[in-house]
Every structure is written in C-alpha cells, then in structure tokens.
Design a protein around this ligand. Structure first.
Ligand SMILES: [Zn+2]
Length: 60
C-alpha cells in the first residue's frame, strides 16, 4: 500500500483542518468536495431532519 492515509484539505473556521478521509482522487472529503457540494448539503439536511425526528420520538 503506497498511499498513506490522506486527509481532507479543507480548513475549517478557526484554521483547523477537516481531517476527514478524502474522496478517491480528490483532495477533499465528501462534505467539502466542490463536486459533491449539493449532495452533501442534501445529506446534511436529511440528517438534520432525521435527528430532529428521533429526538421528538424520544420525548414522546
Ligand atoms: Zn472535509
């Protein structure tokens, strides 16, 4: 295995690197890749909705 563990090149607010596993042949992870920005946004939106629903169920 030649490829060492790469990390996402994205620098978050505060100067901290993302450090997530980048996509194959890309410098950024799924969340920060310009090629997947819309998908990532959608995934975040859905994840947020799901979390909210779970909390609502837990409270019921
Ligand atoms: Zn990233």
């Amino acid at each position: 295995m030649v490829v060492r563990a790469r990390t996402c090149s994205f620098i978050r607010e505060g100067g901290r690197p993302c450090r997530a596993t980048p996509l194959r042949d890309e410098d950024f992870c799924f969340w920060h890749s310009p090629n997947h920005q819309e998908e990532a946004a959608e995934g975040r939106r859905l994840g947020g909705l799901r979390r909210r629903k779970e909390r609502a169920l837990a409270g019921a």
